[in-house]
Design a binder for this molecule. Sequence first.
Ligand code: DX5
Ligand code: ZN
Length: 218
Amino acid sequence: MKEPILAPSLLASDHAELGQAAAAVAAAGPSWLHLDIMDGHFVPNLSFGPETLAALRRHGSKLFFDTHLMISEPHRYIGAFAKAGADRITIHVEPPVNHLAIFGAIRSHGCRAGLALNPGTPVEAVEPFLGEVDLVLVMTVQPGFGGQAFREDTLPKIAQVDRWRSERGLELRIEVDGGIDLATGALCRARGADTFVAGTSFFKAADKSAFAAAFAAL
Ligand code: DX5
Ligand code: ZN
C-alpha cells in the first residue's frame, strides 16, 4: 500500500485569506494542496481560476498543487494552469473531449495527469485510460460544493480501481474527494485509496497538525 497523502482542499477555507490558508496547510504538515476549479457549467458552482494559483505561488507557497478541473472544456486551460503553478492537473472523464490529447498536453507542460469520475459514472469509464495517468480521483460526492455527506456507494469503485492497479502493476494513486474525514477516509483506505482530499474536516479541525498526523497513520 502506498503511504497516505492528505490533500486539504482550499475551497473550504476563508476565501478572503487564501494565502494564509495555504500557509496553514503547510504549517500543519501536508505537502499537497487541493485546488477545486469550477466553471458553473460542468458543475453548478464557480470557484477560482489560474490567477489564484499564481497568487499563491507569489505568496510563497511551495505546496504540491493538486488541481482538480471540474470544467467542461479543460483543453482550453491546461497551459494557463500549468503556467500558474499547477503540479498535477486532473480532468474529468465525463466531458466529451479528447482525453488522450489533453493528458499529452498536461505532460508536455511538465505536470502530472489525473483522471476523475463522478459518483454516477460507471468505473469502467476510466479503465481505458489507466495507463495514461498516475492518479485516479474517485469522487465520493457529486462535485460542485464542499461540505456534503460521503457516499458509501462509491466504495466498490475504489476497490475496482485498486484491483486493476495490482493486476496490471500500475503506478497509480487512488484519490478520494468529498465528505472525507478520518472515519470515511478509513473506509476508503480499506478499499485501496491512498490520497485523501479533505476540505471541511481539515479547515474545521481545531488542531490541524494532529488531524494531518492522524491521516498520515491511516
Ligand atoms: C467537491 C470538491 C471537493 C470539496 C471537498 O466538489 O471537489 O474537493 O472541496 O470538500 P469536503 O471535504 O468539504 O467535502
Ligand atoms: Zn476536488
